[in-house]
Every structure is written in C-alpha cells, then in structure tokens.
Design a binder for this molecule. Structure first.
Ligand SMILES: Nc1nc2c(c(=O)[nH]1)N[C@H]1C(S)=C(S)[C@@H](COP(=O)(O)O)O[C@H]1N2
Ligand SMILES: [Mo]
Length: 422
C-alpha cells in the first residue's frame, strides 16, 4: 500500500483523520467562543443596516420583503454609537476568522462521513450545517472583500451580505438548538486549566466519541492542545492588532496594515482618512469656488448663501467621529453652522426630514436625514475641521457632520438642503 492509500481506511470510508487533538472537547471549546461572540457580530450588523435608514430607501438592499427589520429613528446619542456598532462588527468579524477555521478543521471527519445521513433527522441536521458553514464562509468572504475594496463591487455586494446573513442566522440558531447540550457535556469532560498545563508529549487523544471526531488510530501529537489554542487565539490577537488601529487611531494607527485607506493621509488639520478624493469624485474648483452657493428650500422661496454668508452665521464646534463601514473611523473637531439653524432659516424649524444633495453627480451624492438628526445641537453643515478650512478631499466648501451618523451619509461638497415639513 502506498503512503497515499494508507491514509484511507480499508472500508473505503474516507480519509482517516489522525490528529490526536481532534475531539468533542476541542470542538466545543471553539464552539463556545463562537457562541459567545457571533451574536454580537449578527446584532451589530443588523443595527448598522437600520442605521442607514431603510425607510428612506437608503439601506442596501432596499426592498427586502418580509425579511425587513423593525424601523426606528437611529439615535444621535451617544455620538460614537455607529462607530461602536460598525467597529465591533468589522473587528470581531475579522478576529473570529481563525476560530471559525479551527472549528471547521476540528469537525472535518464529519464531511466525509458515509452514509452522509442515517435518518431523516440527521439529514435535516446536516442541511442546517450547510446553511451554517456556507453562510459563515460567504459572510466572511463578502465582508473581507468589502473592507478591502468596498465600492468596486457596487451595490449588489451589500445585498449578498444581507441575505447571506439571514441564511447564516438560520443555520446558527438551528445548530445551537441542536448542539447546545452536547457542547456543554463535552466542555465538562475536560478541564481547560489542566489542558493548558499539558505539554506536547503528555497530550493524549480524547476517548472515542459516537460522532467519530476522535481518530481511531491517532498519530503521535506534533502539538499540544495548549499549542493549538495558542496558535488559533494568537492568530486572532494578531488580526486584532493589525486591524484595531483603523478604528482606535492614535499610536495604534501605524499597526493597522489590514484595512485600506492607508495609514498616513498627509499633514496638518486635514490629516485623516479620505474615502473618495475630490479628484476621484470629479469635483472641480469651478464648482466649489467663488460661484458656489448653498441652496436651502422647504418653506417659502428657496434661499441661497455663499461661503462668507455662512461664515457670518453663528458657528458651533463639536468633536465627532466619522465611521465608515469599510472598518475605519476617525474623530475630528468640526465647526460650522447648525443644521437646525439652517432649517429655521428655511422656514421649517421642525422638519420631518431633510434631503441633502452634493455637487457630485454620481456616487454618494445625496442623503435623507431624520428629524432628530437635523435637530441635534451638534449636527453641522461643517465649514472647518480642526480649526482649518475643509480641504477639497474632505468636502470643501461644506459637508454634513451629524452625531452617530454612518460615515457614508456625511455628504461632502454639499450643494443644497431641502427641509421637509411633517
Ligand atoms: N459627496 C460625497 N460625500 C461622501 C462620500 C462620497 O463619495 N461623495 N463618501 C462618504 C463616505 S463612504 C465616508 S466614510 C465619508 C468619508 O469622509 P472623509 O473622506 O472626509 O474621511 O464621506 C462620505 N461622504
Ligand atoms: Mo464610508
């Protein structure tokens, strides 16, 4: 028998997986970590969808039929709310990749189990696994592509991530319901503390289990369970260190090599991430120069203001984050005119919503803001950042900044605002 065929059991039941580490305890440990953390990824993901304002038709996908979530006004407080939900979603999603892969590795003999199912119940169970495993791999792939390349994929990409999430959630719930008692039993079968004290040479396989995770003829260990856990969770920690800087900023920024948009963005007050430069957006200085006017409408006749008129109005300063679904955020000090002052000027002091439009002709060139987002005292049409005039890339002459608003809605190069009456 050649070395290759010897890897297969004589009965032809598939490859004989022979790692002595594989077994219900190890699988359940990874399972328990995922059970504690994946619900956070799910909830923050769904909250981010709501934050986009599905009822204004600006969440992607738009019409999701009976899969739609409860709509509510996304709050403006705390101002770091969206930064927290999107930051946790992206960061946890990345950090958990090694754990997901380790858990899949730990159950790989089941993939080759023959016959695949011995009863109808088992067949159904295996179908839920298809949703679970397919769902999470799909979400990881689409999620990682999103934070690396984002808008290259256009909108259908978010649609895939949204529906993929529901497939995964269905598989996840079914899997937890079916496996929870087994997981608890397996976790009790060994002590984590003593595993962490066991060296490679003392490592022995778990006792044979009815599911066949434990190898029948285990190899000698090449690694202890402690080593395997160190490898997996060390990998998670490394991913965390390489990613967190995009959200935390400061000294950690230079370590954030995994997320796009670079680590240096120039110098001075305007030195922070740029999603889309003025050049890329096709914004010319003719459109934003001396002839630029802000148009306000909603009440009576439309009003138009040039930049100096806006600067002559009462200015307000607020320290607020921009948090992008690509996985980065940054907090800066913005100054400009309060949106609620502009609403009052336009003759709609209590608007039901506001439609903001950009000079930009395509892309993220318009947004509908909720009433509470217009009325928050820190909501601004910003003219300056960190004391300096906005740079062209950050939206000169004026941009939207609202507490807890998703970054994509902080419209740059604003041209008009229409305040809508209740
Ligand atoms: N007009 C316009 N506004 C825009 C965008 C854009 O492409 N065009 N990008 C948005 C996105 S996705 C984000 S995250 C923020 C980024 O702001 P910054 O480039 O100033 O950091 O601006 C938002 N405003
Ligand atoms: Mo963004």
């Amino acid at each position: 028998m050649s070395a290759k065929t010897r890897r297969w059991l004589p009965s032809g039941r598939g490859p004989a997986w022979r790692s002595p580490l594989r077994g219900p305890w190890l699988t359940s440990l990874f399972g328990a970590v995922l059970l504690a953390t994946l619900p956070l990824v799910i909830i923050t993901g769904l909250l981010d969808y709501i934050a986009y304002g599905p009822r204004f038709g600006q969440a992607i996908p738009g019409d999701v039929g009976w899969l739609h979530l409860p709509f509510f006004d996304w709050p403006t407080r705390p101002s770091w709310l969206f930064r927290l939900t999107q930051g946790l979603h992206v960061l946890l999603g990345l950090i958990l990749i090694p754990v997901v892969l380790a858990k899949l590795w730990s159950v790989i003999p089941k993939l080759f189990q023959w016959p695949p199912a011995r009863s109808l119940v088992q067949l159904l169970e295996r179908l839920t696994l298809l949703l679970l495993v397919g769902g999470i791999l799909f979400e990881i792939a689409t999620g990682v592509l999103n934070i690396q390349y984002d808008y290259l994929f256009g909108f259908s990409f978010y649609t895939a991530h949204y529906y993929g999430a529901w497939v995964f959630i269905a598989g996840f719930l079914a899997h937890v319901a079916l496996k929870l008692p087994k997981m608890v039993r397996a976790l009790r079968s060994r002590s984590l503390r003593s595993e962490l004290r066991t060296s490679r040479t003392d490592t022995e396989a778990e006792p044979p289990d009815p599911d066949g995770l434990v190898a029948r003829a285990p190899h000698k260990p090449t690694m202890s369970r402690r080593g395997a856990l160190g490898l997996v969770f060390g990998g998670s920690a490394l991913l965390g260190v390489l990613s967190a800087g995009q959200t935390l900023g400061g000294a950690t920024r230079s370590a954030a090599i995994l997320l796009p948009r670079g680590r240096n963005y120039g110098a001075g007050p305007n030195d922070f991430q740029v999603n889309r430069t003025a050049n890329a957006a096709g914004i010319t200085s003719a459109e934003t120069g001396a002839d630029w006017r802000l148009a306000l409408s909603g009440g009576g006749a439309p009003l138009r203001f040039d930049r100096s008129a806006l600067q002559a109005m009462p200015q307000h300063t607020a320290e607020l984050p921009i948090a992008c679904v690509e996985g980065w955020s940054t907090t800066q000090t913005w100054s400009g005119v309060r949106l609620r002052d502009l609403a009052a000027l336009a003759g709609v002091p209590e608007p039901a919503s506001a439609l903001v439009s950009s000079v930009e002709r395509a892309g993220f060139n318009r947004v509908t803001l909720q009433s509470n987002q217009v009325l928050d005292p820190d909501s601004l049409l910003a003219l300056r950042v960190n004391g300096a005039v906005l740079s062209p890339d950050h939206g000169f002459p004026a941009r939207i900044i609202v507490p807890a608003l998703p970054g994509v809605h902080c419209t740059k190069w604003v041209r008009s605002i229409e305040f809508r009456k209740p």
